[in-house]
Design a protein around this ligand. Sequence first.
Ligand SMILES: *[C@@H]1O[C@H](CO)[C@@H](O)[C@H](O)[C@H]1NC(C)=O
Ligand SMILES: *[C@@H]1O[C@H](CO)[C@@H](O)[C@H](O)[C@H]1NC(C)=O
Length: 415
Amino acid sequence: MAIPTKSPLPLGLVVLSLLSIASAAIFFEERFEDGWEKRWVKSEWKNDEKMAGEWNHTSGKWNGDPNDKGIQTTEDYRFYAISAEFPEFSNKDKTLVFQFSVKHEQKLDCGGGYMKLLSGDVDQKKFGGETPYSIMFGPDICGYSTKKVHVIFTRNGKNHLIKKDIPCETDQLTHVYTLIIRPDATYSVLIDNDEKQSGSLYADWDILPPKKIKDPEAKKPEDWDDKEYIPDPEDKKPEGYDDILKEIPDPDAKKPEDWDDEEDGEWTAPTIANPEYKGPWKPKQIKNPNYKGKWKAPMIDNPDFKDDGDIYVYPDLKYVATELWQVKSGTLFDNILVCDDPEYAKSLAEETWGKHKDAEKAAFEEAEKKREEEESSKDASISDDEEDDEANTDGDDDEEAEANESSDDNAHDEL
Ligand SMILES: *[C@@H]1O[C@H](CO)[C@@H](O)[C@H](O)[C@H]1NC(C)=O
Ligand SMILES: *[C@@H]1O[C@H](CO)[C@@H](O)[C@H](O)[C@H]1NC(C)=O
């Protein structure tokens, strides 16, 4: 929040901007400074199966500011579930902003990086993949096919996925994901303060049946001419057109000198395609003067549509949470915000991610260089070590097969 102390602006404007910032309601803001553990509850989900992973409070292996810590998943093939409570509120008549940053240091090939808002009363110790949520938002990556930003709204117990595609970031750097929902039932999705998608809750989700439908009674009138082009009635086949042969004797062919008519039979030149031949005659096509365009059924009001002016409202939002399955760990969340002011969210993103992104990128490139150097020197050294490595890898594979299955189950339950 940069409020200039010595402002060159006229007083009126200064007062206005102070007012607008002062009016921002911040329902939840987590920068993971000291004391964060008091605010967050680690779920016991998957503890019994020994499949619950540990979080690390860290700024990660590369970062733009070692003091700006978040929470990072640390164990492979594990489930993670954690949540924090805030004073319950309704977003009725308010803009709702849900924002966080996430970095996949592990070069995520299959796993989520999303967060959720939950409503009502939730037993945070039991929170997990099956716990009902109100909003799920953020990146999800699996293989080549899934690299997207989820925006899922739950209404009356049903999950509604966004119908538009929003590609997510796939690199190993920090990115800020912002969801804005406004009282006029419009929304925006931003990545790194850049709007990637926007529209209406009515149109981009199937939360309510569509307002308008094609009139199912309407029929195309019999005399509707929907041919855009017709054969030109004026066009006539040129005289002699059909006399042009498809193939002609090759004019360049010559009877071989040693050809003996008596022994070899009468010589005939081989045939070639006739360059004059243009195929069967077809009249020219012209624009149809009676063309009326493609027929479309008229749209009518959908009798099944009942407007819900509160389509965007969640009356008892109370927790921010994430539950993840990670084949490879290393996902780091930070700077989580739930508020009513997109400008405030933007300034928080600038102040954190924006300020540090260049240094983080440089640190990442440095780390990559070091890793590549180490790998090439390892490749150069031969032998026994390698056999050991292989044995380890085999062990991992078995574990992986099992792990993937449970991941799939989890994803299906959820969507
Ligand atoms: C926590 O993160 C720091 C920095 O990346 C790392 O040195 C440390 O080993 C991590 N601890 C665990 C338990 O992963
Ligand atoms: C598990 O996932 C990994 C990485 O996504 C993949 O290489 C492997 O083939 C999968 N194994 C099974 C059994 O699906």
